[in-house]
Design a protein around this ligand. Sequence first.
Ligand code: 13P
Ligand code: SF4
Length: 351
Amino acid sequence: MNPEVEQMYEALKAKLSKIVPDVELRYKAEIAVEINALKRQRNAVILGHNYMEPALFNSVPDFTGDSLDLSRKAAQTDKDVIVFCGVKFMAETAKILNPTKTVLLPSNKAGCSLAESITADDVRLLRQRFPGVPVVSYVNTYADVKAESDICCTSSNAVAVVESLKADTVIFLPDEYLARNVARETGKHIIFPTPLPVGEGPGVRVESDLDYQLIGWRGRCEVHEKFTVRDIEAVRAQFPDVVVLAHPECSPEVTAAADFSGSTNAMIRYVQQSNAPRYLVLTECAMGDNIAAANPDKEMLRLCMVRCPHMNMITMEETRDALKYNRYIIEVPEEIRLRAYRAVERMIQIG
Ligand code: 13P
Ligand code: SF4
């Protein structure tokens, strides 16, 4: 084995021998060395979301983290090329912040059910129906939706962003469950306007005349919506000492039944800083692997039948090919980028 590959293999083995089969580690060590050479050649930085598979997560990224963290890292980089090992909305956010740099997403199929759930037209119609009400968009949206928004947020600063607006009413898009979780934490009453058929009125109908302070949208994360309170009860019945962590894209019933709810970084920190023997992490399964690798003295339970098909498109092979063939280049039209930039920049300052 070439000495650089040998060294990479030993480093991966030290962290992942209980998580990834040895034969896979050897193969991935070779690709990691290729990626790191290409990274140097192209003066690139690799940003890796916490959901990346363990061999990738532990070898090639210069920075790993949650959406907010990686947006900040993207804003600070002086490299020529940013390779985003995450999904399209994350790479777009990096491009919004770095218009002159090349931003690459290793797969052109890495979308997100939340980002797909809302369009810029939907936001414009909501603005017509609720004039003057500020719009907060979750970072899990595409650039044209961000461009129609006053400010973005991530799961780690959603409450702080809503509170920073000091407004009586806020439009919060597009994640229904994150909105309900924010409503619960801030004590705000939430409504979900019904879209009207095209050509009829200002686009949305309000079902109730109750007092409301948060206006939501019915987007869902296709991964987190699948976790149920029954899953938690079943695991607690088998392991009474388990500590349950749930991402705020889970339903409010699930986050209420969990012991802790927070962004991917917040969950990682929680496990690092507590000393329970066993944790159930209700989020993309690969993150459970990554926490297990970093905390070998703690047992991580994860429900791996629920996976994010988009995050799983980002493999080491695709990451190498992104650098080798300069693909897939993320572009954001300048007129949209400039408006989206304001919303993203405001988000980065909060939390
Ligand atoms: P974080 O911002 O917590 O990393 O979440 C991103 C995401 O897509 C969760 O599904
Ligand atoms: Fe989108 Fe859900 Fe996948 Fe996160 S886990 S990228 S919110 S589909």
